[in-house]
Write a new protein. Structure first.
Length: 170
């Protein structure tokens, strides 16, 4: 399976200390160089633990890709960050099976380009469903996501997904 990621899921999973789930689910994950710089280089400069955790996976799981991107209007048309635009462009160039993006506008742009998307929560749900984390771990992670103010995922959304998964197990 060919997977590309933007910064958001890498940062969130790094803060949760669950970047290992990417390797279990996908093996390798391609990341544009701009995402590498944002997550690892800039993150390490300011002492973010998620940056150090991500750096440990670079080359083995997280594969930075540097190539010439064609100029598009993704950033302007959808109001998205250059890293999100480059993740979408890389996914298109590589004919990726999946692109990992949390930002809603970037998700819309990816869908408009016929890409299959998943975010941090989707990675956690798949990890639970495949047995890489148990229900107790899943509940803990979803509650942590809902309460953290340094991860930009809606607490309401996290609680909704947690409720859905716990109801499935009854």
């Amino acid at each position: 399976m060919k997977v590309v990621s933007n910064s958001g899921p890498l940062i969130a999973l790094g803060k949760l200390n669950r970047l290992n789930l990417l390797e279990k689910l996908y093996g390798k994950v391609l990341i544009p160089k701009i995402v590498y710089r944002e997550v690892v280089v800039e993150g390490m400069k300011i002492g973010e633990i998620d940056a150090f955790r991500a750096d440990l996976l670079v080359g083995r799981v997280l594969i930075p890709v540097d190539f010439e991107f064609e100029t598009t209007n993704l950033e302007k048309d959808y109001g998205i960050h250059p890293g999100e635009a480059e993740a979408i462009k890389l996914a298109l160039k590589e004919h990726a099976d999946l692109v990992l993006i949390d930002d809603i506008r970037a998700r819309i742009a990816a869908r408009k380009n016929n890409l299959k998307i998943k975010g941090t929560v989707g990675v956690l749900v798949d990890s639970y469903r495949k047995g890489f984390i148990n229900l107790s771990e899943f509940e803990s992670l979803m509650n942590e996501l809902a309460e953290r103010n340094d991860i930009w995922i809606s607490g309401e959304f996290c609680r909704k997904i947690l409720k859905m998964i716990t109801e499935e197990t009854m």
